[in-house]
Design a binder for this molecule. Sequence first.
Ligand code: LFR
Length: 491
Amino acid sequence: AFPSAFAAVDLGATSGRVILGRVGPDNLDLTEAHRFANTPVRLPDGLHWNMLALFQETLDGLREAARTGSVASIGVDTWAVDYGLLDADGVLLGTPYHYRDSRTDDAAQRVWPRVGPEELYRITGLQHLSFNTVFQLASAAGSSQSDAARTLLLIPDLLVHWLTGTIGTEATNASTTGLFDARTGTWAGALLDRLSIDPALLPPLRHPGDPAGTLLPHVAAHTGLDASTPVITVASHDTASAVAAVPATEPHFAYISCGTWSLAGLELDAPVLTEDSRAANFTNELGVDGTVRYLRNIMGMWLLEECRRIWEARGLPAHIPVLLAEAARSTAFGAVIDPDDPVFLAPGDMPERIREHCRRTDQPVPDGRGAVVRCILESLALAHRRTLRQAAELAGRDITHIHLVGGGSRNDLLCQLTADATGLPVIAGPTEATALGNILVQARAAGLVADLAAMRRLVASTQHLRRYTPRGDSAAWDAAAARLTPARTEP
Ligand code: LFR
């Protein structure tokens, strides 16, 4: 019944996948063509993405997709802020850096003397994260690589360039750079000028749904796809794709896109650029159709992923179901941490950093892996609560329920704890929200879905969702929340 499928290339910070979606009036079926690990590489100059391996895996995934039948179009989404630089001949300069590389730790100090944090926020509406593109560029200013750079391509745009040969910047992802004007939805020309960034470095904007080109002959040859296969611009910032696929059918919803990061917030019609919003470090990133993703980054499942990596490196098997069962049996509210403390940003010995954080804050030190995982999940639930309450207050909106999407929605305990901590029902799923958002924007471009509301209705009626009701222990959560003084991450 479904002649062809849309291929989503969806790269996350720890794994990537190529997923096929078949879309009908009442159907939305996903098949995974290819899944692969995304393993960053440390070189003498810092932490990098293995960009060539990621492109190769993308091609292999598309070849798998081609084997299963005809592919109507392709869309690419990845994490935000990072980029590759091309020289005057269009050749990639070096290897893109990973946003967790420490070279940007103090880079804001190079930007603020020229444009202070308050003014930056009034223009860009962007939360302060040490690794925003604007700070990455500042940390590299004057290097031979920056001098040779003629074009900056964000990671999904770089992959699209390698697939099609075309050049452009997708707008939802452009909104995470710190070089984009949240009020006008265009590159922030005057800001670039004051930061001595050549505007020619930044390619023209493309919007979700725009055609991005067709396949280069060698890409068609390798994948077995027809060279005329279109690549469609999707919401190339993975979080924007995930929010587009939130299965909301009623107003007053909040969302948490929970993967390596927890992105918790609201969908608004217009940015909130107030000083209070800046002080609370909320971001106004662009969503599909000009919507505003008013949210905050919370450190997310990264804490657990990094603990598991460390445990496994020490020969301790760290299967998630086993760890979660141990966490469920552990004492509640042993210790809680502020997941957004910058000490948790870089890769490293996360279990020890968590114990150290507990010592520093005069709390019992979690003893054993179950207790560490319990501490992480309760702390994330508290961060979800704090963030959504603040978002509602700053935006002047009510929240009646929470949609928790992404890989974290598989984590039963986290979903229940989030419902308990917030006192709001949590609707969990879909897990592959990012790929779904990618596929649905392609389906809309093909005329199969009418608009954003119809995309969400289709997700709600076809995907498996679970509902968690708060268990009513709100006094215990209030007490736990009172134990934390969150780190001020804003300047
Ligand atoms: C999530 C995400 C966040 C962004 C972070 C770094 O995958 O895209 O939205 O802040 O990664 O790029």
